[in-house]
Ligand binder design. Structure first.
Ligand code: GLU
Length: 488
């Protein structure tokens, strides 16, 4: 193993949101760097001009910040190897291409798209690999002049070996061999002057001193090309680690069809970063095959490429939501309250908790923390404190069908009206006594009260809820339900 401090990169193409696969790649690189005192670099690969957008760059950056994956070099950070956006590195690619041309390792190719297509058709008919036929690799100077005089705009291709193999030494997959004859002289610079993906990556990995390339295994077929390029430029290839695919529950590659797959969507659904980092870490890596819960600090300490498996990982939404509930329960009440407030910003409830004598988020947290699996559950469990009462259909149906509802609600109104002090303890004591007197199990007794004050069948504890609503508001809601029942 090399004793240089590792330098790793996450190199997204900004063509959309940061999805689970990309987020896992970013996380593994980040963990690898942080656990080894190395550097984590964010490089924006925007050479696909038709698909790259600034908006996507902003989305990727904001998802990474939310996850806590900070970068040492890249957009908005320092670094001696910039710029970190490929479209701002054109002069670097031009210089690298010129050097390859001068060394005879690359050449200009003037073939038109029609000529290339015709050559491909012949190759297919003759069952040969569909690779560039090398027509321009040995043009004489007069042929060159003719091409130029015809006004053809050349591309630049790498001169690649026709025979033998290129071996990718992959820390996860082992040695993977590629036949050179199936690769052919590929394009480095398009006729527009824009470098191809493989060329830009190889140049940047070399110039940025990248020691380890950790990325999804969809890139494995590109790796022999990048190795050929690095060799041609006289550069040592980095160590590679290609991560196994992520599948949905139906064992097909995870995609939008499986529901949420972007970090931003998970954030909006109320997942917390601790759960997402922990869950993403387990999509391909395991510590001992058993332990599932890891704090970020533990991941930094324990993560290693040696323990990344080679089989596809399955994204299991149930395990993820379970894990999210775990992290929510683990948080201090204060931390959870601030996460909820941050989460509610921009929602229907924003600004309502704590206003007009209504309970604050911090007051409600102890009532709901154990019941919450996502931050979104906070609103689902407590919105009736803040918004006009709306009955869920199922809850209203239950209330109307409950033969005990009317007598229970009437007894509760009388009971809480007569309490000397309206406190959690006095409410609890009194309602338990009422339930007993009516010979009803507590759960059965509380159900119509719950529906009457919240419109729901699932709420925080009923005694706490009534105490929090206050005597007046509780009585008002109970009476409204009584009228509804009496009219039915
Ligand atoms: N830009 C590539 C992508 O977003 C990743 C390239 C790499 O990691 O080498 O898929």
């Amino acid at each position: 193993m090399n004793d240089k401090k590792p330098r790793v990169r996450f190199a997204p193409s900004p063509t959309g949101h940061l999805h689970v696969g990309g987020a896992r790649t970013a996380l593994y690189n980040w963990l690898f760097a942080r656990g080894r005192g190395g550097s984590f670099i964010l490089r924006i690969e925007d050479t696909d001009l038709s698909r790259s957008t600034d908006e996507s760059i902003q989305q990727i950056i904001s998802s990474m910040r939310w996850l806590g994956l900070d970068w040492d070099e890249g957009p908005g950070a320092a670094g001696d190897h910039g710029p970190y956006r490929q479209m701002e590195r054109m002069d670097i690619y031009q210089e690298a291409a010129s050097a390859l041309l001068d060394a005879g390792r690359a050449y200009h190719c003037y073939c038109s798209p029609e000529e290339l297509e015709a050559a491909r058709t012949v190759a297919r008919q003759e069952s040969r690999p569909v690779v560039y036929n090398g027509r321009c690799c040995g043009l004489s100077s007069s042929e060159l002049q003719t091409m130029e005089s015809e006004g053809r705009q050349p591309v630049i291709r790498l001169r690649t070996p026709r025979e033998g193999f290129t071996v990718v030494r992959d820390t996860i997959k082992g040695d993977v061999q590629f036949e050179n004859s199936t690769i052919g002289d590929f394009i480095l610079v398009r006729s527009s002057g824009v470098p191809t993906y493989n060329f830009a990556v190889a140049v940047d990995d070399a110039r940025m001193g990248i020691t380890h390339v950790i990325r999804g295994d969809d890139h494995l077929p590109n790796t022999p090309r990048q190795i050929m390029l690095l060799e041609a430029m006289g550069e040592e290839p980095p160590l590679y680690g290609h991560l196994p695919l992520i599948l949905g529950a139906d064992k097909t590659p995870l995609s939008k069809r499986h529901g949420a797959s972007a970090v931003e969507e998970f954030r909006k659904q109320g997942y917390v970063r601790e759960a997402l980092c922990n869950y993403l870490a387990l999509l391909g890596w395991s510590f001992d095959g058993e332990t599932t819960l890891f704090s970020i600090e533990e991941l930094v300490e324990k993560f290693s490429l040696e323990r990344v498996g080679n089989t596809a990982a399955v994204f299991d939404g149930e395990k993820f939501i379970w894990m999210n509930g775990h992290y929510i329960r683990e948080m201090s009440e204060g931390e959870l309250a601030s996460r909820i407030i941050e989460y509610l910003a921009g929602s229907d409830l924003a600004g309502l908790p704590g206003s007009d004598g209504k309970p604050t988020v911090a007051e409600l947290v102890p009532l709901v923390q154990e019941k919450m699996k996502t931050l979104a559950d906070f609103a689902a469990l407590t919105d009736f404190f803040f918004l006009p009462l709306v009955f869920e259909e199922k809850a209203l149906g239950k209330l109307m069908k409950d033969a005990n509802a009317l007598p229970v609600l009437e007894s509760v109104v009388a009971a809480i009206t007569s309490l000397d002090t309206f406190s959690l303890e006095s409410i609890e004591e009194r309602l338990r006594a009422e339930a007993e007197a009516m010979e009803l199990k507590l759960g059965k007794f509380l159900q119509p009260i719950r529906i009457a004050v919240s419109g729901k069948t699932i709420t925080p504890g009923m005694f706490e809820t009534l105490a929090m609503l206050g005597r007046e508001e509780s009585i008002e809601r109970l009476k409204a339900a009584i009228i509804r029942l009496a009219q039915a």
